[in-house]
Write a protein that binds this ligand. Structure first.
Ligand SMILES: Cc1ncc(COP(=O)(O)O)c(C=O)c1O
Length: 418
């Protein structure tokens, strides 16, 4: 006899409701909000305008008319959808031009554009290492790198955040593996601090490891030309001492990059400071050819719409032509961080436009975010699993368009909450 389906808590999906209740109890349940209008330094959420300290649109390009215009023109010229994977019939002229421009911008032989930064990271790691290989990953790397490591089936070694001594110990014992890959964010998305790139690069060369950098939050923002944290490694020693982008403790050792640097794998996103969508990787032509053949998130996913590539192209041009955007952003971030520190908030080791305010437990972060929201500020409450237990934080991120008055008023509000 066939039994009728049971639609109650005992059904095969009943566990979901029970787990959601658990998340709620622990202050970890999230809810989706609807944004009204464009996303800039101000944002309308559920009908109310708030000053937006929760966006990755660092250069204020997501609602820039030049990107919208480029997208409109491309849509008229090339249509909206891409229809297939880039390998089949989906790579538009805008897509190909974007790859050429990205390679030029990053100073590499070639580039490849993925549908998202997440797809780029998972696909690339899994295309570079497999069973019998080893991958070494910073404990605070982004979820997309972590998932790439898991997918790859390589042996995973997670080293404590920015701890090159521990990494070296692990590399020292890795002779039995066929290939080695070190992966790291360059600007960590929650802590706003930089990876010790010079030391990581040295270790990669000494242990004959591949080295993959994720510049997702640094592209367009960090470095004299906005190429990211790795650009600070390329500059001459005299230039490095002049840069204001790194604190003294993190200043790279004053020597040129080793010759193997041309083998580094540089990943970035088009979705954050560049205000568009998609992810990319830059490197040698053979690396790009390999990834176009073997990165499954590239091979088996529809290419991004031509208009999205065209908007990203317009953004790259703005990054080239308007360095004042990143300079202004980083200067204002330094001011905000220092005032928050003076008030006694813990901003960890942040050195960038991402300023965490560490509050510990989810309940405290939720209460503070909610008080800020009452006062007209949108600041996301970041809780596990995005950060480890006990490290919940408010993630304050700045945008080029925040005015001095808005930032001052926010600082006053934080003082009141203290
Ligand atoms: C460090 C890092 N890498 C990659 C990504 C994924 O990029 P995308 O949002 O373009 O998928 C993110 C997204 O937040 C990130 O923070």
């Amino acid at each position: 006899m066939i039994k009728a389906p049971i639609h109650n808590n005992m059904s095969p999906l009943g566990w979901i409701d029970r787990e959601l209740v658990e998340l709620e109890k622990r202050g970890l349940r999230r809810r989706l909000a609807v944004r009204g209008g464009p996303q800039t330094h101000r944002v309308v959420i559920e009908g109310r305008e708030l000053i937006n300290f929760g966006s990755n649109d660092y250069l204020g390009l997501a609602a820039d008319e030049r990107l919208a215009r480029a997208a409109r023109l491309a849509a008229e010229r090339e249509g909206w959808g891409s229809g297939a994977s880039p390998l089949v019939s989906g790579r538009s002229e805008s897509h190909a031009e974007l790859e050429r421009q990205l390679a030029q911008f990053e100073g590499t032989e070639a580039a490849l554009v993925f549908p998202s930064g997440f797809a780029a990271n998972t696909g690339i790691v899994a295309a570079l290492v497999q069973d019998g290989d080893a991958v070494f990953s910073d404990a605070k790397n982004h979820a997309s790198l972590i998932d790439g490591c898991r997918l790859s089936r390589a042996e995973r070694f997670v080293y404590p955040h920015r701890d090159c001594r521990s990494l070296e110990r692990l590399l020292d014992r890795s002779a039995g593996f066929r290939r080695r890959l070190i992966v790291s964010d360059t600007l960590f998305s929650m802590d706003g601090d930089f990876a010790p790139l010079a030391q990581l690069a040295d270790l990669a060369v000494r242990y004959d490891a591949m080295f993959m950098l994720d510049e997702a939050h640094a592209t367009g923002v960090v470095g004299p030309h906005g190429r990211g944290v790795s650009e600070l490694l390329e500059t001459e020693p005299s230039e490095r001492t002049r840069t204001t982008y790194l604190g003294d403790s993190e200043r790279p050792a004053p020597r040129p990059l080793p010759p193997a640097s041309s083998h580094f794998i540089r990943v970035g996103t088009l979705s954050k400071a560049l205000g568009s969508g998609g992810g990319f990787v830059c490197g040698s032509q053979s690396l790009i050819d390999w990834l176009a053949n073997r990165a499954r998130t590239y091979v088996f996913s529809t290419a991004q719409p031509p208009a999205v590539s065209a908007a990203a192209l317009a953004a790259i041009e703005i990054v080239r032509q308007e360095p004042e955007r990143r300079q202004h952003l980083l200067a204002r971030a330094a001011e905000l961080r220092s005032k928050l520190n003076q008030q006694g908030w813990n901003t960890g080791n942040s050195q960038s436009q991402i300023i965490p305010v560490f509050l510990g437990e989810p309940a405290r972060v939720l209460a503070t975010a909610s008080a800020l929201r009452e006062a007209g500020y949108y600041v996301p409450a970041i809780r596990p699993p995005t950060v480890p237990a006990g490290e919940s934080l408010l993630r304050v991120s700045l945008c080029y368009h925040h005015t001095a008055e808005e930032v001052e008023a926010f600082i006053d509000q934080m003082a009141r909450l203290r």
